[in-house]
Design a protein around this ligand. Structure first.
Ligand code: RET
Length: 287
């Protein structure tokens, strides 16, 4: 009698508790998928090289605004190397059972949630650097950054929600709304500021690069295993890794290279860092 109850309980607990994988098992799954693993290690290598190169490029920069652009841009590969190490070690990856209605309903799908988490740290750095380059004011920089963090965190929620298929896409929709705010600042507000600041040429190049690359992320999310699942996990991961290479390292190189060659322009830029945008001080730190 007691044995039967214990056996029943064991069966019940087995069916009620979702399949949990240990970190070592997730790591093994990553190791077994060479294509996926390579998409992580290529970025670890490129982030490492970028850090060394950018530190070297910035060694003689003295103007405070130029230094701030350097520090925020340097944070991008620093966050990236940490992010990809988290993925490669299996620390920030989970296998999640997709809800009814999803193309892979009932299957355990490899979810690289660490990407969305670390984007919440790296993308604000990109926007801070762009806002400073455009000579934008604090209000616009703050707006772009908080909307961007909102985009990343709700994107994370979309990836981690497994209770309802509809709610996954509702999170995705909320994330897209935040993204629209970021696009508005990038495409409408900052180009005008950059015109006044005398940095329009480089700003517009980086703006186009950023907008085109960033649009790729929600597209690949929707096409990948977390969305409608027409792309396999390793292909989606390579898509993100490829976008990252351009949106982070190439972007950062172009920006820092310009700042080094035009430090005096940056130093003389009318400062729009006051909330009203008219403070006209010397350096952002003055506020
Ligand atoms: C998600 C899914 C939900 C909808 C939207 C997304 C946008 C993501 C973007 C990411 C950019 C990442 C970068 C990382 C560099 O470190 C979260 C994919 C709109 C735009 C540039």
């Amino acid at each position: 009698m007691i044995e039967t109850a214990a056996a029943d309980l064991a069966v019940l607990s087995q069916s009620a508790v979702p399949l949990e994988m240990t970190q070592a098992e997730v790591y093994q799954a990553v190791q077994d998928n060479t294509l996926l693993n390579a998409s992580f290690w290529v970025n670890i290598a490129l982030a490492g090289l970028s850090i060394l190169l950018f530190v070297y490029m910035g060694r003689n920069v003295e103007d405070p605004r130029a230094q701030l652009i350097f520090v925020s841009t340097l944070m991008v590969p620093l966050v990236s190397i940490s992010s990809y190490t988290g993925l490669a070690s299996g620390l920030t990856i989970s296998f999640l059972e997709m809800p009814a209605g999803h193309a892979l309903a009932g299957e355990e799908v490899l979810t690289m949630w660490g990407r969305y988490l670390t984007w919440a740290l790296s993308t604000p750095m990109i926007l801070l650097a762009l806002g400073l380059l455009a000579g934008s004011n604090l209000t616009k920089i703050f707006t772009a950054i908080v909307a961007d963090i909102g985009m990343c965190v709700t994107g994370l929620a979309a990836a981690l929600t497994v209770s309802s298929h509809g709610l996954r896409w509702f999170w995705y929709f909320i994330s897209c709304m935040f993204f629209l705010v970021v696009l508005y600042v990038l495409l409408v507000e900052w180009p005008q500021d950059a015109e006044v600041a005398g940095t329009a040429e480089i700003f517009n190049l980086l703006k186009i690069l950023t907008v085109v690359m960033w649009l790729g992320y929600p597209i690949f999310w929707a096409l990948g295993a977390e969305g409608i699942a027409v792309l396999d996990v390793a292909v989606t991961s390579w898509a993100y890794s490829g976008l990252d290479i351009v949106a982070k390292y190439i972007f950062a190189f172009l920006l820092l290279n310009w700042v080094v060659s035009n430090e005096s322009t940056v130093a003389q830029m009318a400062d729009g860092f006051g909330a009203a945008g008219t403070s006209g001080g010397a350096a952002p730190a003055d506020d």
